[in-house]
Design a protein around this ligand. Structure first.
Ligand SMILES: *Cc1c(COP(=O)(O)O)cnc(C)c1O
Length: 688
């Protein structure tokens, strides 16, 4: 750990001006908000580089084990406030920006919201990166540098319209391009065996090219790397075709290759059996495994000690091909015996299961799989043989013409985790009951979490200041300390300050929606919020029916003493998920009807802001009074939105599902402190 060099406001201002001039090539008098935002970001990024280098040097020196977190998605959001929070430089930056005559909020909010993920799974990956750096654990996040992140959502006549997201239209301030770090990724072709040597003669090759973003932890003591891969052609351009006047054909190899990292699949918890999706998965997994193996070998350790130096965690089955890929490299490139390679790979790998929903479990058509990845198809057969002959299990990986990625991940991992206590039990009892019987110690629980730096300290500065004034400033690093707030539960001064913070956060949200959409909301109302992907099991429809019931009650008795209520919905539906899109349409229609009812207007309003994302969550969650976590029991593996709300002092109304159960145990049914009291109802259909 190194201590951070922290500039004062004047030094930071000089650095911003230096970047404006020499990195952006702009004169102060012509600088736009973009120029100022980029200059500030680059000045902040400079501050991260020293701790980043120091962390890397220390890891090499100590020979410490590294964590490699492989995830198809990283739902990052904006980074500027994240970095300022972790460097604790937000006040200094504010005054530097003010000294330059710029509007701080305008500059900070100019940053595009990096949405390289769909929802909870991708946000979990982003939160883990912050936590790994805060804990000083040497780690790499590995993923795909999608050119277009999650689609942008608009409503037209109440219906969801999707448009392409374009976060890379402007330069990404935080990344370092690494053109010298690239790997060849092969697809297709055939496998040829000569003696004991197997050769894969592939038909197609693309390059995976690295882009690194430093991820700094709390107080700037440690920084890890998020390494994202972009697909590039092995040959930029076919000069022969070009010279023959065939201009389109000349750029074909480039277009083909680039398709692989072009867009994020917008499906949320539904499987997509698309060839391109399989190529994306193999693309980033192979690049990551080749990269970590190169790093390991460069350190001079014997291959047999790989598992002592390398922990590879699979965020869901999307990188499940990591098992066979590692075996392939060990066997085909390093001459290791197959059984030895399987055991070694397994000792390196961990697998996180995120869902029990059958439609979300990845399976590939065997013929397609064998066509795209012939060598891996053979290796999976060998892994299956090894599993069947070393245990009395009858569970197969390839069955009825499909390759089952859940079973592959389980068999190739030394630990498999569920993401909440309840979900882990269900994984043991249902999804993997047979494999659990064979390997009774393999499944463990690791309940999801969120970073309190982003989801309290940074997004709710007023509540954070109140907590710090009572508990000191160590809690963002040690959340258990919040339990001491129980001592203030009956303190009227604390209660007043807590209420004032909530009221201000509600006013801030009211101002935000007025600026953004021209909608006026009542900041005195009870803010009742359900924001998450739209899915039948999450039951936005039930929440809407409750809204209609409330509306009818108010109409029947408009002069009763109603608590004014703002019902907030937010979230995107997968473009192909027809029922979810119908639910969006219905919410908007109902909102239109209710919001135009003069009788109920003072008591009830429905708000559905377009394009829910991380930045919107950061405004809505601190302003929420009532958090809706009403999934059909047994379906929400963990939830992390539930944690964000609880941390910001909202009451939860929820089913006993996922991590709701643990949140309730933690805050106490009888509500151990009044700012995070939790109210649980068991709505219709709850089975647990
Ligand atoms: C936290 C978060 C989620 C996950 O929310 P759940 O309620 O757990 O489904 C999804 N999207 C965004 C933008 C988030 O910040």
């Amino acid at each position: 750990m190194t201590s951070l060099h922290k500039p004062d406001a004047d030094q930071l201002r000089q650095e911003i001006l230096r970047h404006l001039k020499y990195s952006l090539g702009k004169d102060e008098s012509h600088a736009t908000t973009y120029d100022w935002r980029m200059s500030l970001s680059l000045a902040l990024r400079d501050l991260v580089v020293d701790p980043w280098f120091a962390s890397t040097r220390q890891t090499y020196k100590s020979g410490a084990k590294r964590v490699y977190y492989l995830s198809m998605e990283f739902l990052i959001g904006r980074l500027i406030e994240d970095v300022m929070t972790n460097l604790r430089i937000d006040d200094i930056a504010k005054s530097a920006i003010a000294d330059l005559g710029q509007d701080y909020d305008q500059v900070v909010h100019d940053e595009p919201d990096a949405a390289l993920g769909n929802g909870g799974l991708g946000r979990l990956a982003a939160c883990f990166l912050d936590s790994l750096s805060t804990l000083g654990i040497p780690a790499y996040g590995y993923g795909i540098r999608y050119e277009h992140g999650l689609f942008q959502q608009r409503f037209e006549d109440g219906r969801q319209i999707e448009t392409a997201e374009n976060w890379l239209a402007q330069k990404h301030a935080w990344e370092f391009e690494r053109p010298e770090v690239s790997y060849r990724i092969n697809f297709g072709g055939y496998v040829h065996q000569s003696g004991s040597k197997v050769n894969w003669h592939s038909a197609e090759t693309v390059l995976a090219s690295a882009y690194d973003t430093p991820v700094v932890g709390w107080q700037g003591k440690w920084a890890n790397t998020l390494r994202l891969w972009a697909a590039k052609p092995t040959r930029i351009f076919d000069l022969e075709s070009f010279n023959r006047g065939n201009y389109l054909a000349a750029s074909e190899p480039e277009a083909l290759a680039r398709t692989i990292s072009r867009v994020l699949y917008p499906d949320d918890t539904t499987e997509t059996g698309k060839e391109l999706r399989l190529k994306q998965e193999y693309f980033f997994t192979s690049a990551s495994i080749q990269d970590l193996l190169r790093r390991f070998i460069s350190e001079g350790h014997p291959l047999s000690s790989l598992a002592e130096h390398v922990a590879i965690q699979l965020n869901d089955t999307h990188p499940a091909i990591a098992g066979p890929e590692l075996v392939r490299l060990l066997v085909d490139e390093h001459g290791m015996d197959v059984d030895e390679a399987i055991i070694l790979a397994r000792n390196c790998l961990g697998y996180t299961n995120h869902t029990l929903l059958p439609e979300a479990l990845e399976r590939w058509d065997e013929a397609l799989f064998a066509r795209i990845l012939p060598r891996h198809h053979r290796l999976i057969e060998l892994i299956e043989d090894w599993h069947l002959s070393n245990t009395d299990s009858t569970v197969r990986i390839i069955e009825d013409g499909s390759v089952k990625m859940g079973e592959l991940s389980f068999i190739m991992a030394h630990k498999v985790n569920g993401v909440s206590a309840l979900h882990t039990e269900l994984v043991k009892q249902t999804l993997f009951s047979d494999l659990h019987g064979t390997y009774p110690d393999r499944i463990i629980n690791q309940t999801n979490g969120i970073t309190p730096r982003r989801w309290l300290y940074s997004c709710n500065s007023e509540l954070s200041t109140l907590i710090t004034s009572n508990l000191g400033d160590q809690w963002p690093n040690n959340l258990d300390q919040l339990a001491a707030l129980a001592d203030f539960a009956e303190d009227s001064g604390f209660q007043d300050a807590f209420r004032a913070a909530k009221a201000n956060n509600k006013r801030r949200m009211a101002e935000w929606i007025k600026q953004r959409d021209g909608i006026i909301i009542n900041p005195e109302a009870l803010f009742d919020v359900q924001i998450k992907r739209i899915h039948e099991y999450k039951r936005q429809l039930m929440n809407l029916l409750e809204t209609v019931a409330l509306w009818n009650e108010i109409r029947d008795n408009p002069n009763a003493d109603w608590t004014p209520r703002l019902k907030v919905f937010g979230g995107k539906a997968a473009p192909g998920y027809v029922v979810a899109k119908e639910i969006i349409h219905l919410v908007n229609d109902v909102a239109k009807r209710i919001n135009s009812d003069k009788t109920t207007m003072p008591h009830l309003q429905v708000l559905y802001p377009e394009n829910y994302n991380v930045s919107m969550a950061e405004i809505l969650i601190p302003a929420t009074d009532l958090s809706e976590q009403i999934s059909t029991a047994g379906k929400e593996a963990s939830g992390t939105g539930n944690m964000k709300f609880a941390l910001n002092g909202a009451l939860t109304i929820g089913t006993l599902d996922g991590a709701n159960v643990e949140i309730r145990d933690c805050v106490g049914v009888e509500n151990f402190c009044n700012y995070s009291a939790t109210l649980f109802l068991l709505p219709l259909g709850a089975t647990i």
